[in-house]
Design a protein around this ligand. Structure first.
Ligand code: AMP
Length: 400
């Protein structure tokens, strides 16, 4: 059933004992002035790292952090990440001064089984994002085996996610495997009824996702900033709400397509509105679809919450991508919270796309009530759009 994930080796297929295991992790955590506000991504890599250590591997970890754009940015050094990892994994973690070069090679060569070396931020070198062949080769010199567990970076063809796999026996880590299996589950043979919940800022970001899934789902719930383009396309005013004026035809086309295919498309029937996007702004609820002049839709309204919740009650599979309101502001977060609760209570197989939707589920404390919350926003979106991920393709073509 998991068509795509059987095509490459996983870490279980590698003999790790005494080997330098070079693992591409996604430790791109939110960090400000050396303080990490969310360690989810580090925790997500722990099963792979613990397994490699148990099997007697010497761990060399590499990741990017933020967007240093090919130069050294002091605030984006991996030191604090190493400390956080050390606490979580309960072992010392050494940090390297760079991610390539003779000094790092020496450090890697001197590792004993069970020891961990964390390389410096890969994106301090422009060659990383350029997938530079020499840089890939220099990274590969640090290890005997290559494991990619960085699902969040798998949609990028970079040296550490793509080029490197040509030089070493390559395999997927447990996180990468788990992510792909969860996404494959909603892409191939999902149990019905299958509901797709879409929100987020723009309809243009979600078109390819809708196109890829329209023949698979039974219903689509639309909220968030993207809904207003659908209303304007149907001649309903939305005040100051965000609208993509160049996507009106597209919105109408999508409405027609869902009708044609018998997909139950539900748009909000009421809205929570505000005059300003700020926490102290007073809000009102509209009686019907549409937003009055001078106001902006910031969340779905109570009637919509009820209708959407009811639809989700019968679902056997739910895929959720995009918050249905500006959930970052508490007074605009009721709709997104209610949807998260409805998904949790539905008993359906529930897959939450990464990025902001994952952040919302974290905020409401419901991560463990979902079947899968992706650690990669961009990567999960591209995979669900039907694209192949360069990091995954590289493992299929990889050596050994
Ligand atoms: P995306 O990355 O496309 O999933 O968009 C997520 C963002 O959409 C979040 O930061 C939300 O605050 C935002 N969003 C959700 N609902 C609305 C809305 N009604 N108006 C403007 N932005 C929204």
């Amino acid at each position: 059933m998991f068509v795509k994930t059987v095509a490459f080796k996983t870490i279980r297929d590698l003999d790790l004992a005494g080997k330098r295991v070079l693992v591409r992790v996604d430790f791109n955590v939110p960090i400000k002035k050396g303080r990490i506000s969310d360690t989810t991504r580090i925790q997500a890599a722990l099963p792979t790292l613990r397994y490699a250590l148990e099997k007697g591997g010497k761990l060399i970890l590499m990741s990017h952090l933020g967007r240093p754009d090919g130069k050294v940015v002091e605030e984006l050094r991996m030191g604090p990440v190493g400390e956080a990892l050390s606490q979580l994994i309960g072992r010392p973690v050494r940090t390297a001064g760079d991610c390539v070069g003779p000094e790092v090679e020496q450090q890697a060569a001197g590792l004993k089984p069970g020891e961990i070396l964390l390389l410096e931020n890969l994106r301090f070198h422009p060659e990383e994002e350029e997938n530079d062949p020499v840089f890939s080769k220099n990274l590969a010199r640090l290890g005997d085996l290559y494991v990619n567990d960085a699902f969040g970076a798998a949609h990028r063809a970079h040296a550490s996610t793509a080029g490197i796999a040509q030089h070493l026996p390559a395999a997927a880590g447990f996180l990468l495997q788990k992510e792909l299996e969860a996404l494959d589950r909603v892409l191939h043979n999902p149990e019905r009824p299958y509901w797709l919940i879409l929100g987020g800022a723009k309809v243009s970001d979600k078109i390819q996702l809708i196109d890829n899934l329209i023949d698979k789902v039974d219903g689509i719930l639309i909220g968030g900033g993207m809904q207003y383009t659908f209303f304007v396309a149907q001649g309903i005013g939305v005040g100051n709400s965000p609208v993509e004026k160049d996507r009106l035809e597209l919105a109408l086309g999508l409405i027609a397509k869902t009708k044609q295919r018998g997909v139950d498309l539900k748009l909000p029937m009421d809205h929570r509105i505000a005059q300003k996007i700020e926490p102290s702004a007073p809000t009102r609820v509209t009686e019907k679809p549409g937003v009055p002049e001078g106001w902006e839709g910031v969340d779905i309204g109570p009637k919509t919450i009820e209708a959407f919740t009811q639809a989700l009650q019968g679902a056997r599979t739910i895929l959720w991508n995009g918050p249905v309101g500006i959930f970052e502001i508490d007074s605009f977060s009721n709709g997104t919270r209610a949807i998260a609760q409805a998904v949790a209570q539905s008993g359906a197989v529930s897959v939450v796309g990464g990025g902001d939707t994952a952040a919302a589920v974290v905020k409401f404390g419901l991560v463990h009530r979902m079947t899968h919350v992706s650690t990669g926003g961009g990567a999960s979106l591209e995979y669900l759009e039907g694209k192949t991920l360069p990091g995954v393709t590289a493992l299929m073509k990889g050596r050994g």
